[in-house]
Design a protein around this ligand. Structure first.
Ligand SMILES: Cc1cc2nc3c(=O)[nH]c(=O)nc-3n(C[C@H](O)[C@H](O)[C@H](O)COP(=O)(O)OP(=O)(O)OC[C@H]3O[C@@H](n4cnc5c(N)ncnc54)[C@H](O)[C@@H]3O)c2cc1C
Ligand SMILES: NC(=O)c1ccc[n+]([C@@H]2O[C@H](COP(=O)([O-])OP(=O)(O)OC[C@H]3O[C@@H](n4cnc5c(N)ncnc54)[C@H](O)[C@@H]3O)[C@@H](O)[C@H]2O)c1
Length: 449
């Protein structure tokens, strides 16, 4: 079967879906292709299911802390029920996505897309032609040089586990490892986290990640830094994990080893060479319009594009928006200047936006810094919280906010507010003058500086 379109989009995630819908709205003849469960990572194997599960663990943690202070509860967490509840969010996504495209009049092809040439795709023995293509195939767990790497469970598989064994080892010290490690520790599991770098969550402020490490250790998580997982061997009762710290080799044991060692652009099966689309290990090479640098009618956005931007849902959405402006309206795009807030959904959460102290030092950017524990503020004392930190970097002359970092149960709200402040060059002096509703996490802000 052959068909011809104005545009074919590969991938039904955040990036691909919004491009296909926008082009259809403009009257284009559009098709979309996906090989996996329709709807992409964020609502099925990423942000949303993770948040559902983490929120329950947050409620559990809060309830345990205030037990006997007016709340009396004999509570525990249960993996099977947690997964069943999470499934009520994820299971409808593929059907809902299919209906959405049907209603919009976008043709949907289920199957793996690969290029035959620069204007032709093959999808399950069908041959599809188009004037334009958008590649939005997301990311996939990196292939790691670990002997026995096939024994690792991926984050997708973690979300489908029928039962969670007692001893878990996470390879890597990034987002996935920390978020799942906190969840598992609250489920009463023994958790080891092995990270090869000196600093976990490397893009975050080091002072704050050190505080997160302390909190995670208090939760019982065993954290090894400067340590690389080299070999995983199956045993009768679980796995032997050979790790290397500097020149020394050690052996660790676990019932399950989980891949938290990074994700890479999902482009291996696209046969990009057939279309002369240039790429590297970081993904498809694109310009500021999200056009392939070697084929102007082929675009890429989201986690599969090499745009030097973090692989996060709001970023995938922003990239798609810029791509659409160029593809549909021929508007040349400038480099993305927006500040990207990000949250690690541990509990307390680690949130960050803008400049870190190590970055300011490395680039010789003048700054002044307020950094302190805020656990004695009423906001945290009222629920007996033991950890709450803030760190804010300002321009020493204008007092504009340059960076904000929080480890706190309120970090999600505070980080959005400080993103707004950085984006609109609001000074700490102005933030102090606002009449914040009291008592709230925001009414603490005047005491931050
Ligand atoms: C565990 C986890 C938690 C996360 N949590 C957060 C969070 O809290 N906040 C946040 O901002 N970000 C989070 N992220 C990142 C976020 O999910 C991604 O940045 C975002 O989903 C990327 O969207 P995308 O459109 O680029 O790709 P995706 O949503 O991954 O969509 C790609 C689609 O392409 C399809 N596809 C791939 N190859 C082919 C092919 N050859 N043919 C046909 N179809 C193909 C796939 O099946 C998939 O449906 C998380 C990620 C993970 C893994
Ligand atoms: N809350 C969120 O926004 C969120 C949550 C999950 C994932 N994500 C996205 O998904 C991406 C992937 O997440 P991730 O946690 O897999 O990767 P990551 O890139 O955050 O961290 C992976 C770390 O594992 C280390 N590592 C790799 N191989 C190792 C080995 N053999 N031994 C020890 N350490 C090793 C790497 O040095 C790296 O620092 C993130 O970068 C982020 O863009 C976002």
């Amino acid at each position: 079967m052959d068909a011809t379109y104005d545009l074919i989009v590969i991938g039904t995630g955040v990036a691909g879906s919004s491009v296909a819908s926008s082009a259809k709205k403009e009257g284009w003849n559009v098709a979309i292709v996906d090989e996996g469960p329709l709807g992409g990572t964020c609502p099925q194997y990423g942000c949303d299911p993770k948040k559902v599960m983490v929120e329950i663990s947050r409620i559990y943690d809060d309830a345990k802390r205030v037990n006997g202070l007016g709340l009396n509860a004999d509570i525990s967490m249960n993996w099977e029920e947690l997964i069943a509840f999470k499934n009520t969010f994820t299971q409808p996504i593929p059907d809902d996505t299919e209906k959405k495209f049907e209603q919009k009049g976008v043709d949907l092809y289920k199957g793996r897309a690969s290029f035959l040439d620069a204007n032709t795709l093959s999808v399950d023995k069908k041959t599809l032609h188009a004037k334009h293509f958008v590649i939005a195939t997301g990311a996939t767990p990196k292939t790691l040089p670990i002997e026995g790497s096939n024994h690792m469970v991926t984050s997708d598989q973690f979300f489908e586990l029928k039962r969670l064994p007692q001893r878990l080892l996470f390879v890597g010290g990034g987002y996935i490892a920390f978020e799942f490690a906190h969840l598992a520790a609250r489920l009463g599991k023994e958790v080891i986290l092995v990270h090869r770098g000196k600093h976990v969550l490397e893009a975050f402020d080091y002072e704050m990640t050190n505080k997160l490490i302390e909190t995670s250790k208090d939760l019982g998580i065993d954290i090894h830094t400067n340590t690389e997982v080299k070999k995983i061997t199956k045993q009768d009762n679980g796995y032997n994990i050979m790790v290397q710290k500097f020149d020394h080799e050690h052996r660790l044991h676990a019932d399950m080893v989980i891949h938290g060692g990074g994700r890479a652009a999902n482009i291996e099966t696209l046969a990009l060479d057939n279309a002369n689309v240039s790429y590297s290990d970081d993904g498809i090479d694109v310009n500021f319009n999200f056009q392939s640098t070697t084929q102007g009618h082929i675009y890429a956005a989201g986690d599969c594009a090499s745009a030097n931007l973090p692989a996060l849902t709001p970023v995938a959405g922003e990239e798609a928006k810029r791509l659409i402006s160029h593809l549909l309206h021929h508007q040349e795009q400038e480099p993305l200047q927006k500040h990207v807030p990000t949250i690690v959904y541990t509990y307390p959460m680690l949130a960050s936006v803008g400049l870190t102290q190590q970055e300011a030092k490395a680039k010789s950017i003048p700054y002044e810094c307020d950094s302190k524990s805020i656990k004695n503020f009423f906001t945290y004392k009222q629920t007996k919280e033991t950890t709450a930190y803030m760190k804010i970097l300002r321009n020493p002359y204008t007092k504009e906010i340059l960076g904000a970092h929080f480890l706190s149960s309120k970090a999600d709200h505070l980080i959005n507010l400080f993103t707004l402040a950085i984006e609109h060059r609001i000074t700490s002096e102005s933030l102090k003058e606002v009449l914040w509703a009291y008592p709230t996490a925001e009414s603490d802000i005047p005491s931050f500086f």
